[in-house]
Design a protein around this ligand. Structure first.
Ligand SMILES: [Zn+2]
Length: 231
């Protein structure tokens, strides 16, 4: 056992970790949230629904095949504190588990057929350094564990730290999304069907900005998957 996990276990002994959603004391095998709350997450089950709410949000903004979201991100819901934990309180294990659960759901539908590569939305390197990890990549790794589809993290990079998120017209948005992300080698994704993965879809502007950067890859198909969807 490494020194850090020994210290962590000692801390747990005196200060047992509790579920972020219900506050119950966690078992040794659990991390971040209890199994009861994890299985209580209400699913959107929108994988096979054409024109689902996420697809309507992104329609006409970037070319895509399909969009799947795991659960709705609502005030008072169990998913909200879990995503908060994943993003701000070193909830990597919880994120991996959420990704795995999502991946298993996707496997049970035909959504995952023909996907070649999983591509997590990258963080700006500065932000990733301060957080220590990219939460979208953690989710992508969980989906990959369930589906056995490889994750690629070194070909799409984020150049701009913090783009504005305000509502804009279509033309203004295109200006706003250009140059936020950059593809290093467009041939890597040539003729591939990629699954773009993020933690939560809110305005869709981050996904749109990734789509803008990916447009130079020849014969590329994009599907999108996020754990949370803000309605
Ligand atoms: Zn719980």
């Amino acid at each position: 056992m490494c020194k850090l996990s020994l210290i962590n276990n000692l801390i747990k002994l005196f200060l047992p970790e509790v579920c972020v959603a219900c506050g119950v004391e966690l078992l040794q095998s659990e991390s971040g949230a209890c199994l009861k709350c994890l299985y209580k997450i209400p699913r959107t089950n929108n994988f096979s629904k054409e024109n689902n709410s996420a697809e309507i949000l992104m329609a006409g903004r970037i070319p895509f095949e399909r969009i799947a979201t795991f659960s709705y991100f609502v005030e008072g819901g169990v998913l909200r504190p879990m995503i908060h934990k994943l993003k701000y309180y070193n909830g990597k294990n919880l994120g991996l588990l959420l990704g795995k659960m999502f991946g298993e759901d996707l496997l049970a539908s035909d959504f995952i057929n023909n996907i070649d590569v999983i591509l997590p939305v990258p963080l700006h390197p500065k932000k990733q350094r301060s957080r220590g990890y990219n939460q979208a990549e953690v989710i992508a790794n969980g989906i990959s564990e369930a589906t056995k589809i490889p994750v690629i993290t070194n070909n799409l990079t984020r150049l701009v730290f913090n783009p504005t998120q305000t509502k804009r017209t279509k033309t203004e948005r295109w200006k706003n999304v250009s140059g936020i992300f950059e593809i290093k080698d467009s041939t890597v994704f040539e003729s591939k069907h990629i699954l773009l993965v993020d933690d939560v879809i809110t305005t869709g502007s981050t996904i749109e900005a990734c789509g803008y950067a990916l447009q130079n890859c020849d014969n590329l198909k994009i599907s999108i998957a996020t754990i949370g969807e803000v309605l």
